[in-house]
Design a protein around this ligand. Structure first.
Ligand code: DX5
Ligand code: ZN
Length: 233
């Protein structure tokens, strides 16, 4: 089963996609957590950490395979790992729809090609301290640019507003070159900053704590979307 990239918002309105990060969900009840938000989200963001590229250790292909059985949502796998090349086949086989790798780990051209060859959508990301110029040349060959708005490693950190300059620059380049690359933002996104992210040119908002940490995660996802969409009108 392959997940579908959908947008549950009214298609006549400006579109913003919501991608809750399961890092903030209750891992002991993952399928239930996903089911609670499924009708109100567009993608499921899956944060994979290897305890090496980042100090934290989270989840990997077996959990992606379990999620694949539990939902038809698009599985947006963010690999915070030092050696993504050794894991790509496993993630694709587990049912990842999109695989995002960090430009900081190098070998970017070959990773992009391999992700594409595996039939997945290609994402490229960069840390808050990494300039956009480090990956500008790849924008033509990827589907998603993931702009990190916290230093990777942990959920629940504070949003770094300065990264919105990179979002604005990327949006300009994408429009100028007529590219179809989407811009996703990840880290510390919540109702109070969703509007500025959308206004800067973000297409996809990742939100972990703000969704799964809420008493009503589905309502939290709807609220973030409504605020972001309002900022575009
Ligand atoms: C950070 C992860 C993010 C993060 C999102 O390393 O890539 O996806 O956990 O969670 P919040 O929204 O809690 O910052
Ligand atoms: Zn992430």
């Amino acid at each position: 089963m392959i997940g579908s990239l959908r947008n549950v918002a009214n298609s006549t309105l400006p579109s913003i996609k919501i991608a809750p990060s399961i890092l903030a969900a209750d891992f002991a009840h993952l399928a239930d957590e996903v089911a609670r938000v499924a009708q109100d989200i567009d993608l499921l963001h899956v944060d994979c950490m290897d305890g090496h590229y980042v100090p934290n250790l989270s989840i990997g292909p077996p959990v992606v395979a379990a999620l694949r059985k539990a939902t038809d949502l698009y599985l947006d796998c963010h690999l915070m790992v030092s050696d993504p090349g050794s894991l790509l086949d496993m993630f694709a086989e587990a049912g990842a729809d999109g695989i995002t790798v960090h430009v900081e780990v190098g070998d970017t051209e070959s990773l992009i090609r391999r992700i594409r060859d595996l039939g997945c959508r290609v994402g490229l990301t960069l840390e808050p301290a990494t300039p956009l110029s480090d990956l500008e040349r790849f924008l033509d060959s990827i589907d998603t640019l993931l702009v990190m708005s916290v230093k990777t490693g942990f959920g629940g950190q504070v949003f770094i507003p300065e990264v919105l300059d990179k979002v604005r620059s990327a949006r300009r380049i994408i429009v100028e070159r007529g590219l179809c690359c989407e811009i996703e933002i990840d880290g510390g996104i919540k109702a109070s900053n969703a509007a500025m992210a959308a206004a800067a040119g973000v297409d996809i908002l990742v939100a972990g704590t703000a969704v799964f940490g809420a008493v009503d995660p589905a309502a939290a996802a709807r609220e973030i979307r409504a605020i972001a969409v309002a900022a575009l009108q």
